[in-house]
Design a protein. Sequence first.
Length: 132
Amino acid sequence: MTPRVLALVLLVAMLGFAGFMGSVGLLVREPLQILAPHQSLTLQSDTLSPAVSVRVAIDGSYRVRLEVDHSGRTRPPEVLLSPAGATPIDIDWQAENGARLTGQGQMNRPGRWEVTLADGSTRESLPFVVRE
């Protein structure tokens, strides 16, 4: 092989490797938020209009408290909390005022969880991870 061909092959290989490494950012999805005991996180709706925010907090025994802020809406959306791929857990809901809804329940395990917001035909799933 002549030096010119060898240099061209190495250049193409290096450019191919650089292009592959540059495309990794396009292939990796945004990581899920992580919730640890004695912490809270806020999940924001992107689909519902006006937007709805859900604050999720857990204690050391995985007792969960949900605060749903639905200001600007005439009624709150349906809110379900479930482990990924499983049935929703029971939540005891209470209306605090016209724009806030609070609820408490018991999570049964750490892992991936989803808050599902439903308003008519519009449904949105907000996933997160519960850490041990």
